[in-house]
Design a protein around this ligand. Structure first.
Ligand SMILES: Nc1ncnc2c1ncn2[C@@H]1O[C@H](COP(=O)(O)OP(=O)(O)OP(=O)(O)O)[C@@H](O)[C@H]1O
Ligand SMILES: [Mg+2]
Length: 340
């Protein structure tokens, strides 16, 4: 009898263990299912997003192509308009000095048309038309580049030299106002479209300069001072970070980026700058150039009020493209960025 009881107890314990194991297995399967479902939803959202971007891309490249021709007529002809206006003004001035008018009808017309103001204002109008046409041209060029990034062949290039030449182009915007600290590492030649990467450096450095100048403006308004005590700085560091990749880090001690804005900085047309100042394309173009065209990665870290850091990682050879950015990695990086 005792034996039977012990046997039953053993069997019972074994059965309980089996039920426990099975429940654990079911729970584990549920967890896997849930994870798969989440991953599936994420991939689905990503696909929808990509499809939207592709459609937007087709539309944008079509429209920008259509705008490109007429704006080139305007832009190309404005220097001649300027020359012709100068010639007409010269003739008018000469007429006025050679034949100072005593004719009342002519005097009336001169007065009615406010000719002195017209003569003074005309060159200013042409100048502002030139600035406007230039802006449209740049915008169209950016839009076209956004969706036509992989045309020419890649070549080996010196990224430090690329950054130097970008700094030369930006010199007017930061000279005497911002200290640029260069910490250039010994980089091997990198297989890339250097023009496109220069565009990335230009966007990142341009944003850093904007953030520093806006911060200064805000501080001056708040404290009614002419300058801020913090020295405005941009640090550029380049280094070989692994056998097959290099990184470029651009930091500023400007405005910084709030967590809310940080989640959207790479979105096309997202800008916090006033209308007419920012198009909101700089970082989305840069993201596309770095990740899609070069198989690299771009990260954004920031402490609001203290500054921002953008890191670009690039493979040295295109055969060593960095693993495509996974959604999980992006969210990791975002949460890392939020912590910072
Ligand atoms: N270094 C930075 N410091 C603070 N904010 C930044 C920085 N870089 C980017 N941002 C934020 O990200 C937004 C998007 O940047 P992005 O370069 O894409 O567009 P933009 O600078 O506004 O316009 P565009 O570059 O087309 O002239 C900016 O409006 C700004 O709010
Ligand atoms: Mg920008």
């Amino acid at each position: 009898m005792n034996n039977l009881l012990t046997d039953l107890e053993h069997r019972n314990a074994a059965l309980e263990q089996k039920v426990k194991d099975l429940t654990e297995q079911i729970n584990q399967k549920d967890r896997i299912l849930e994870e798969n479902q989440t991953e599936f939803n994420r991939l689905k959202d990503h696909l929808v997003q990509m499809e939207k971007m592709a459609m937007l891309g087709q539309m944008v490249s079509g429209i920008s192509h259509e705008i490109n021709n007429p704006i080139n007529f305007i832009y190309g002809n404005l220097p001649y308009v300027e020359e012709h206006i100068e010639a007409v003004l010269k003739v008018l001035e000469t007429y006025q000095s050679v034949y100072p008018s005593k004719n009342p009808a002519l005097e009336n017309v001169l007065e009615e048309t406010e000719i002195d103001f017209v003569l003074e204002d005309l060159p200013r109008l042409v100048e502002s038309m030139k600035v406007g046409a230039e802006r449209i041209r740049e915008l169209v060029l950016n839009l076209r580049n956004f969706y036509r990034l992989d045309e020419a062949q890649m070549k080996e290039a010196d990224l430090n030299a690329g950054i130097e030449s970008t700094l030369v182009m930006l010199h007017n915007r930061y000279k005497q106002k911002i200290e640029v600290i260069k910490q250039f590492g010994d980089l091997p030649p990198v297989e890339c479209h250097i023009n496109q990467l220069n565009q990335v450096f230009m966007n990142l450095l341009g944003n850093a300069i904007d953030a520093l100048l806006v911060k200064e403006l805000q501080c001056c308004e708040e404290n009614n001072k002419t300058s801020v005590s913090d020295k405005k700085k941009i640090a550029i560091t380049t280094q070989k970070i692994a056998e097959d990749k290099v990184s470029i880090t651009i930091s500023d001690n400007g405005l910084g980026i709030s967590a809310e804005v940080k989640n959207r900085v790479f979105e096309p047309f997202f800008t916090t700058k006033p209308i007419g100042v920012g198009t909101g394309l700089g970082l989305s173009i840069s993201h596309q150039i770095v990740t899609q065209t070069h198989g690299g990665k771009i990260y954004c870290f920031s402490t609001p009020g203290e500054g921002s850091t953008f890191v670009v990682e690039l493979p040295i050879h295109q055969s060593q493209k960095l693993a495509p950015e996974k959604l999980t990695e992006t969210s990791n990086h975002l949460s890392m960025a939020k912590k910072n």
